[in-house]
Ligand binder design. Structure first.
Ligand code: SF4
Length: 172
């Protein structure tokens, strides 16, 4: 089995984690660390539906769920079996296909670049106070488009819609 749970690298791992995507960490043990037997198994057998539902419920309440899903999608070799962020291996396979369709065959590089850009923006924002205009734009964006999505990719159409709403609000 090629597995690696959040913060726990198993000695049977065969793959190497992509260093651009740090494994999500929690200050307290996650449910999959406390009850690995519920997550680290093959759910191909439909008689295990109840336990699968239990694992999924645990993931839906986990603070790491978004980063966990990204980590599991990127590190395919380490997540060929079991439940990560409520997904089965088959579902992760489908999600990877969708990402290829949407972002291209180099989707992992695209995600890594996005993460890097986000980190750089956050670092720059920490060191550079916002101008009055920048603060106004951010405030307005939050008002018309809601909070920034975390870890969720926006489609180009959704990005365009957000831009249109913002431009409209700023020119009103
Ligand atoms: S989302 Fe699920 S699999 Fe991922 S760290 Fe949390 S409990 Fe574990």
């Amino acid at each position: 089995m090629t597995r690696s749970r959040m913060g726990v690298a198993h000695s049977t791992d065969h793959g190497t984690p992509d260093p651009r995507f740090p494994q999500p960490q929690s200050p307290t043990p996650t449910r999959c660390q406390r009850e690995p037997q519920l997550f680290d198994r093959d759910y191909g057998d439909c008689r295990k539906e109840e336990e699968l539902a239990k694992a999924r419920r645990a993931c839906s309440g986990c603070p790491l769920v978004t980063d966990c899903l990204k980590w599991a999608l990127v590190n395919e070799d380490l997540t060929r079996v079991g439940i990560f962020a409520g997904t089965t291996p088959h579902q992760r396979k489908q999600l990877r296909k969708r990402l290829i369709d949407r972002l291209g065959p180099d989707w992992i590089d695209v995600l890594a670049d996005q993460d890097q850009a986000r980190r750089e923006r956050a670092a720059a924002a920490r060191h550079t106070p916002l101008t009055v205009n920048q603060a106004r734009i951010i405030r307005m964006d939050r008002e018309v488009n809601g909070p920034m999505p975390t870890g969720r990719l926006l489609t180009p159409a959704a990005q365009q819609r957000n831009r249109d709403r913002l431009v409209h609000a700023l020119s009103a």
